[in-house]
Design a protein around this ligand. Structure first.
Ligand SMILES: Cc1cc2nc3c(=O)[nH]c(=O)nc-3n(C[C@H](O)[C@H](O)[C@H](O)COP(=O)(O)OP(=O)(O)OC[C@H]3O[C@@H](n4cnc5c(N)ncnc54)[C@H](O)[C@@H]3O)c2cc1C
Length: 389
């Protein structure tokens, strides 16, 4: 197992080396077995937690590493470049960002030390609903204020790792949409203690083509103490969006890691595999697409680095995070297809690992935000064009 990185003044290179060493203990066979059994990779998540990496964004005063998004990017990128799947636990890193930036001092004291130590698992982030889809302002899950509590009714879909979590960040309406001036108003964010939920919260797994632990979540009169509302009532959309910007930069890093995984594997294979008496990588038809895909991943990484630097410097706009997520997901997907082509039939054989990563890499074209919605964000908010929907 790799040595934990020092909490103080850790360089990005040291961090990458330490994470790489940790990931070396969880190779292809480990991830393949978890994928086939649709099993949660507990051993890997425990090792990351123990090394402190999942608490890297939590300030030192609460027991975390006190690092920035730039360093968190290094961790997630290395996991995916090693062939692993950081999606199993990435939300433990950034979901608490909403609490950290917008929660009360009491909420931070109550939850952050436990999240930092790994005693409390906060990996669930509940926004998406079946009827609203990408149009978050149309969510219908409603939290009605009754005295010192809210009573929540409604339904979410694709809520990842809810079954592994102790806590969940929830976005719900607190004012009906037809009573607010702006559609983004009247939404509130809550920290839900899943351990107290009992029968009022039910989950049902959604089988997907990847090992991802996503669920439908049904709320039937779930009581949440008013003290668990994050920030002001009605301003939850804004709080959630600031967390989502970090999420986009971090998931872009997973795509960059995936992209480099495919390129590493494809270039090694093309340099070794002989057909027609020569290595397949001697053919420009094989080597050029790999070089082309590599350059796309490098370009996406540069945009991701810039977005992470800006985010750590206090930038709140979504331009950089959205562009990074879009470019990185496309670069990874291109690299995935190039690796598939390079491996020929063996790309589809589970023993080579390419097909598993191919399935995993596809997710980021649609989540956490569909790439079409990124295009519309850039067209409207960056280029000033009219709203298209
Ligand atoms: C494995 C997995 C894990 C997930 N985990 C979570 C989670 O933990 N928490 C959570 O809240 N959500 C989660 N999601 C949900 C994810 O964020 C949504 O799937 C995603 O935002 C898209 O929403 P949708 O699936 O409803 O697609 P829709 O909104 O129905 O969109 C379908 C298609 O139409 C396109 N489209 C829609 N409107 C427009 C438009 N106006 N212009 C152009 N194109 C448009 C979209 O780009 C997309 O291609 C997860 C999803 C998956 C698959």
């Amino acid at each position: 197992m790799g040595e934990p990185a020092s909490k103080v003044n850790v360089s990005r290179e040291q961090l990458a080396t330490a994470v790489r060493a940790l990931c070396a203990d969880f190779g292809h066979d480990y991830w393949q077995r978890a994928d086939e059994a649709r099993a949660y990779p507990h051993e890997f998540v425990d090792a990351l937690t123990e090394a402190g990496y999942l608490a890297c964004l939590i300030p030192e005063e609460y027991g975390g590493m006190g690092l920035g998004v730039r360093e968190a990017c290094v961790i997630l990128e290395e996991i995916n470049r090693s062939g692993g799947n950081a999606a199993a636990c990435h939300a433990q890193m950034y979901t608490m960002g909403t609490l950290l930036r917008h929660g009360s001092a009491e909420q931070k004291r109550r939850y952050l030390p436990g999240i930092a130590s790994g005693d409390l698992c906060l990996q669930a982030f509940a926004v998406t609903e079946p009827d609203a889809g990408s149009d978050t302002t149309r969510i219908r899950t409603f939290a009605e204020r009754r005295g010192d509590r809210y009573v929540v009714n409604g339904q979410k879909v694709f809520i990842s790792r809810v079954r592994q979590s102790d806590l969940m960040i929830l976005l719900a309406r607190t004012t009906p949409i037809d009573e607010v001036e702006k559609r983004t108003g009247g939404l509130s964010a809550f920290i839900v203690d899943l351990r107290d939920a009992g029968e009022a919260l039910r989950t049902a797994p959604i089988d997907t083509m990847i090992n991802h632990e996503s669920c439908e979540v049904f709320f039937d009169g779930l009581e949440v103490p008013a003290g668990n509302r994050i920030g002001e009532e009605g301003r939850g959309f804004r709080y959630i969006m600031s967390g989502m910007n970090a999420e986009r930069i971090l998931l872009a890093s997973e795509s960059i890691g995936d992209g480099m995984y495919f390129i590493d594997r494809a270039s090694d294979y093309a340099s070794a595999r002989k057909v027609f008496g020569r290595r397949i990588g001697e053919n420009q038809g094989v080597q050029f697409p790999i070089a082309d895909a590599y350059m796309d991943v490098r370009a996406a990484a540069a945009v991701r680095d810039e977005a992470a630097r800006e985010y750590d410097g206090g930038e709140v706009r979504g331009e950089g995070p959205n562009i990074a997520k879009y470019l990185a997901s496309r670069a990874a997907w291109k690299a995935a297809n190039v690796a598939m082509d390079t491996f020929g039939g063996w790309g589809m054989a589970t023993e080579y690992g390419i097909e598993r990563k191919f399935r995993e890499a596809r997710l980021y074209m649609v989540a956490p935000v569909a790439n079409n919605l990124v295009l519309s964000h850039v067209a409207m908010h960056v280029l000033g064009m009219p709203r298209s929907f």
